[in-house]
Design a protein around this ligand. Structure first.
Ligand code: GAL
Length: 298
């Protein structure tokens, strides 16, 4: 067993000494190694490629470079916006499939782009972009269930936020599983992420306040189709989720969970700190706790 020390809010640095571009990130464990895919925001908001970092403990990050480079023109080029890269390994094809929120110069295009690679370190190759079943797609998340089924979670303004089931090859959506708005809220929640624990799905998301933080919410269900519980905050009301916007909730060894969120600095996005905090999950409840520093065993 090794004790890993985590810092609650930090500007994670990689093994080259640079600030890790782990913004709007997604993390997956492939063959025992954590792979984090983040928005590279060193020079502001326009697309500078998807950065990838690897780690054994979620505290030390090796810079594996840009795994999806900006294209010469069109979508995902350097004059566009692309956010919240999320990668899944497709069990049937063994391929690595990246979903990423793809915009043109502003936030009106609202598509999700799909890129693939044979290796988690890329290079990822852009395939196409889509609006699932014709629906607007802004912030996204992904979820892989125990049976290998893949899901795309996608925010669609006043309609709500959808969970779409992916095809066997993960290249398309085959079912609009559910579309939820918040409780007493006219939109769905964004920056969506789902984790499963003890047969219950926990869905986390943030209200729509751009780079500003708000009290993020969660809901639970025994089936992705629902019924879903009411949405509730998981930090003290008014704490604005300790000034962060959720990216993901990740299982750690021994039934512990890690919350990762962005504390955006709109004028200096590349140096926006990330929150790495323990979140207690169980019995339909979720509670995020503040710690300047904390540890877990691996
Ligand atoms: C937020 C979203 C971020 C980014 C930001 C831009 O709502 O979660 O990923 O798009 O808006 O204002």
């Amino acid at each position: 067993m090794t004790t890993v020390t985590m810092r609650g809010a930090c500007l994670a640095h990689d093994d080259t000494g640079a600030v890790a571009q782990l913004h709007g990130l997604g993390i997956q464990q492939f063959d025992g190694t954590y792979y984090a895919y983040g928005e590279n925001k060193v020079n502001g908001n326009l697309f500078q490629g998807v950065a990838c970092y690897t780690s054994d403990d979620l505290a030390h990050w090796h810079n594996a470079g840009i795994v999806l480079a900006p294209r010469a023109e069109g979508l995902l080029a350097a004059d566009t916006i692309a956010e919240r890269p999320k990668v899944l390994r497709c069990p049937s094809a063994g391929e690595y499939v990246m979903y990423i929120h793809a915009e043109r110069g502003d936030y009106n295009y609202a598509h999700v782009a799909v890129a693939v690679a044979d290796n988690p370190l890329g290079p990822f190759r852009f395939l196409f972009s889509m609006q699932p079943f014709g629906n607007i797609s802004r912030d996204i998340g992904v979820f892989q269930d125990d049976d290998g089924a893949g899901y795309l979670i996608s925010e669609d303004r006043e309609h709500g936020t959808h969970i779409y089931r992916l095809s066997d090859d993960y290249h398309s959506v085959v079912e609009d599983v559910v579309c939820l708005r918040g409780t007493n809220y006219r939109y769905g929640y964004e920056s969506p992420t789902i984790v499963k624990h003890d047969g219950l799905y926990y869905w986390f998301g943030s209200q729509l306040t751009g780079w500003d933080c708000n009290d993020n919410m969660f809901a639970t269900a025994a089936d992705l189709h629902g019924p879903w519980s009411e949405w509730k905050a998981f930090t003290p009301a008014g704490s604005r989720t300790f000034d962060s916007q959720c990216d993901l909730v990740l299982p750690l060894p021994d039934g512990q969970f890690l919350y990762v969120g962005d504390r955006w600095q709109p004028k200096d996005l590349g140096n926006s700190p990330t929150l790495w905090l323990p979140i207690r999950i169980g019995g339909g409840q979720a509670l995020l706790e503040w710690h300047d520093e904390w540890t877990y065993e691996r």
